[in-house]
Design a protein around this ligand. Sequence first.
Ligand code: NDP
Length: 346
Amino acid sequence: MAFSCQRQAAAGRAAPRTSSRRVAAVPRPVVLAAAAAAPAAPAPTPVPPSKLIDGKAIAETIRSEIATEVAAMKQQYGLTPGLAVVLVGSRKDSETYVRSKKKACAEVGFDSYGTDLPADVSEEELLKVVEAYNADPRVHGILVQLPLPKHISEKRILDAISIEKDVDGFHPLNMGCLAMRGREPLFVPCTPKGCIELLERMNVPIAGRKACVIGRSNIVGMPAALLLQRRDATVTMVHSKTPDAARICSEADIVIAACGVAEMVKGDWIKPGAVVIDVGINAKDDPTAKKGYRLVGDVEFDGAAARASLITPVPGGVGPMTIAMLLQNTLESARRAAKGEAAPAH
Ligand code: NDP
């Protein structure tokens, strides 16, 4: 299982995928062996800043836009957007993520609500908490922090969140609407939404372009491909059973890499001039780094940057966008409530 924005967004940063540091629900070990015996590689040419998509700066701009709208909403409608976060158990990583979300909420002027439940809480008790938040008009978005203890059905809990408060966009009705022509989801999952936002804010044309999405998870790859297709890109999805991924990728004008395999996408997979969005977050052993590791993406950055016209760094690319999109989804929900809008017909 993959981790979502609600699992990883810590102060706008996504948690690295490592065997020791990543969220336990992600079973794949990705710490790369230290290349102790490898000959020293020549230092890569520095990437010109004009090629970099600065997700951190873009996310900060979005947060400040949100804060401005929240202030106006309070004044005009007397309404404050509210995000409820339900935490089950006392996993340190989950506690950190919940704290980050509450901090992010406070920074943009949202109210945040929280319910902390013991690890042995019953599914029925947890459902009651979700239902109470569903009914609470002060709450516009609900997150149940994942992973949940094994005795609780994640599917049942996530399905119980009102689609009108499903700010993670994982409810099957929201996903289904995303996939269907003529339907509009109420919410789009935060990480793929952040990828598209980066492309749009960098004025990257999408319509008519060839796009390759590497990975087909419910939370990143699949919705990213749907979002690109909705914007009239011609999209190819690559997954673990795809033969000749390199050739497919090398034909794309836009690459979104979300396979969870550190530096899998090599420089020569990238068409010269392509735009590369690297969703991956992996920890790579680095004895020269203070922490003994450094973060790398699913794309081999230096090789890809040499060919790409634009590329996201890791960290500082997609990661900061995830929590910004969570705030944006909550604001959208509050906006609907403020205007007394019923949810659009699906
Ligand atoms: P999942 O493990 O859920 O999905 C990975 C996908 O990649 C699967 O569809 C899998 O294919 C495919 N894949 C795996 N190996 C290969 C391969 N060798 N060749 C081609 N495709 C492959 O991961 P997530 O979608 O949750 O996450 C993807 C990446 O994004 C990770 O690095 C994660 O850390 C990062 N992430 C970052 C976030 C952020 O905010 N920046 C948020 C969420 C995730 P198959 O379906 O066939 O198994």
